[in-house]
Ligand binder design. Structure first.
Ligand code: AVJ
Length: 374
């Protein structure tokens, strides 16, 4: 399905598949599938996502606290439900982040004039945020920018890229089909502004987040910038309400993870056997989402050749969504070797867009001396 009315052939689509070489370690070669001008898609997915899912679920469902990694929310239905969550009156993060972009996009996009470069978006979605950035740039200067959306879903990558091409005809797009939690190394190395919106970083534990940020830092040059969206601590009722919307969209989103597993792994979950549970955990400074069994459940996941017993009242942990303070954010950046260039926020300080750069040697030394002094 193609909302734009653009035929792929007409637009000139080129898909390149990067696959591991025969020695099983190199970055592999690129195989052009079709040729084109404006849009090029490179795939780094080698079809092992099913094995990974099986491993993740097997591990998660045999822990004392059963858990399912939040990345499995996002099948087609889950992505649709997430878009709907963003439109509920209770879910403030997306709206707040967009309002920050309204005020700071021009300052952020200064990066591309006059030198140009790559605008990389990790986990590209509905184009809303990238449009805010592109719209403050004179269309005649769009040619200086190459937009590089990185996503795990070929359909959504194609759909959003074609839509953008229609509206920004001077833009060059390189779509990267990849799992950015694993494939940071395949991203282009030239002059770049990397964006990671939505506070998706909050789904990771401290260790996982440090690991990802270090990987990102490792591909950054001194002039490059990294724009990171982070949801901040705020009155707890505001946070908890955002994850318990009245319409029940978040509940449906949470339950949908089980339907997704049923489809992929030949399972027999009845998602309605589970209540939606979302609450703020003050020690972890995060929202925890769970699915709580309303009755004793035995679920069989055919493709794992395993059954799991879930007691009445037992929960499956599906997500953490961390809420940051300046201190916890700074701690994360310090551990990852990143330093703050500019910090954009909204008047209430509910959400942050932090512009980061690689910590220079001098800054690193200053930090060390400073910490020695206290
Ligand atoms: C997209 C991961 C940032 O944690 O707030 C929304 C996902 N979960 N409602 C978040 C989500 C429940 C969202 N992130």
């Amino acid at each position: 399905m193609n909302h734009t009315g653009l035929e792929l052939g007409e637009m000139g689509l080129e898909i390149l598949r990067a696959y591991p070489g025969n020695n099983g370690k190199g970055h592999g070669e690129s195989l052009p599938i079709s040729q084109g001008r404006h849009l090029k898609i490179v795939s780094h997915l080698n079809g092992d996502h099913r094995e990974e899912m099986i491993k993740d679920i097997q591990q998660g469902m045999t822990k004392p606290q059963k858990c399912i990694p939040p990345k499995y929310f996002y099948d087609a239905r889950g992505s649709e439900l997430f878009e709907q969550i963003c439109m509920t009156p209770e879910y403030y993060p997306t709206k707040t982040e967009l309002s920050i972009l309204d005020r700071s996009a021009a300052a952020i996009m200064q990066f591309f004039s006059p030198e140009g470069g790559d605008l990389i978006e990790l986990g590209s979605g509905a184009n809303q945020k990238i449009r805010k950035l592109l719209d403050v740039v004179n269309p005649s200067e769009h040619g200086w920018i190459r937009y590089v959306p990185v996503d795990i879903s070929q359909n959504s990558l194609l759909e959003s890229a074609t839509e953008l091409l229609n509206d920004y005809p001077n833009l060059e797009i390189l779509g990267v089909l990849a799992d950015f939690t694993r494939h940071i190394g395949v991203l282009p190395r030239g002059r770049k502004l990397i964006t990671f919106f939505g506070s998706t970083i909050g789904n990771l534990t401290e260790e996982e987040a440090v690991h990802l940020l270090k990987r990102i830092r490792s591909i950054m040059n001194p002039g490059d910038r990294f724009l990171l969206g982070m949801d901040m601590l705020k009155p707890l009722d505001v946070i908890e309400t955002a994850y318990n919307d009245r319409q029940g969209v978040t509940r449906d989103f949470n339950r949908n993870i089980l339907d997704h597993l049923n489809g992929e792994l030949n399972g027999n979950f009845n998602s309605h056997d589970f209540d939606h549970l979302a609450f703020f955990n003050p020690r972890g400074e995060c929202v925890e989402m769970h699915l709580r069994a309303k009755c004793a459940v035995t679920v069989r996941l055919g493709d794992l050749a395993m059954s799991f017993d879930i007691r009445k009242g037992e929960t499956l942990h599906t997500e953490i969504s961390r809420k940051f303070s300046r201190e916890s954010a700074d701690r994360l950046f310090r551990k990852a070797g990143l330093s703050v260039a500019r910090w954009f926020t909204d008047p209430k300080g509910w959400f942050s867009l932090v512009e980061l750069q690689v910590k220079t040697l001098e800054q690193g030394l200053m930090m060390e001396r400073w910490s020695e002094a206290i």
